[in-house]
Unconditional design. Sequence first.
Length: 336
Amino acid sequence: MKNMISRVLALTLCAAVVCALPAFAAETADNGAGAPAYMAPVRVWGTVTRLENGAVLLENSNEEDPYHEVVLHVADTTPVVDAVTGLPLDRALRDGETVYAWVGPAMTLSLPPQAAAEVVVANIPEDFGAPQYYQVARINQMESVERDGPLAAVEVAVTSGLGLDIGEPGLRITGQAELLPWKTRQIVQLEDLQPGSQFLAWTDSDGQVTRVLLFPYAYRTWLRYDGYGGIDMPGDGFPKTPNGYLTVSAKETEEEILLPIRAVAEAAGYTVNWVPGQGAVVTDGESLVFSVLPGQDVARTADGETWLTGACYFENGTTYLPAMDLVELLNLFVTY
């Protein structure tokens, strides 16, 4: 699903790192009312013509559509879903069949444009309501029949815009919907939906969600910045204040927002050590995630050096990185 890292914080983390979100590109949700814009999936559709290089040409009948023709590259790992069953399609795409696809992280400027498919839906019967692909931007509301009981329904805002504005209804999914995992035998529950989750949703004629196909979570976890220094992350990997924020705050300058490396990384389940000559060293088990020295604008990762948008900063015993960089290096989804 995900080879999308770096591929937002309005006075909040969400607005400042929109371009660093490991989400979809090429189209952003314009939500008005000051709601942050997310990089959102772009749907393309059309009839298939297989090309000699292994890609497919999608062409639809709407000549006003900017994606009237698109060359689609489908990798071996790209989910190709049967529109009727929600199962992996057990055959290759066929010339002349109509498919829907969601693409990212970007389209080329060639004519026709080319894009990498993130999800493809095929085997679509005539007059059949094909599923739609979504990514959860925020959990708006959770409903339980009993206190502390399992969820009966959840309403989510999605990155393409639905439910992002405060007070605007999002996508509501109830326990009556069929919940399916992608290529596993795991039981899927409404509790498994979280910021960053990606899924296909089927709806009936009344717009009620009848089936959800949940893909494996593509991020380490999620992070929310409140615009006043408070950092909200799930789990108990780092001490929290009574109101649920990490006990170490973010630091704002006139140019950027800085996040504390140890607090955020440990909250995400990584291990952080200070090593002379290497600075802050973040590991996942025995694997290096990155290391960085105060004052430097280069981080060292298992794949080599990577340039940062700003220098590592050290103050009063705490080491910070620009929010965009730390979010990317730790593979975090930003919500608000």
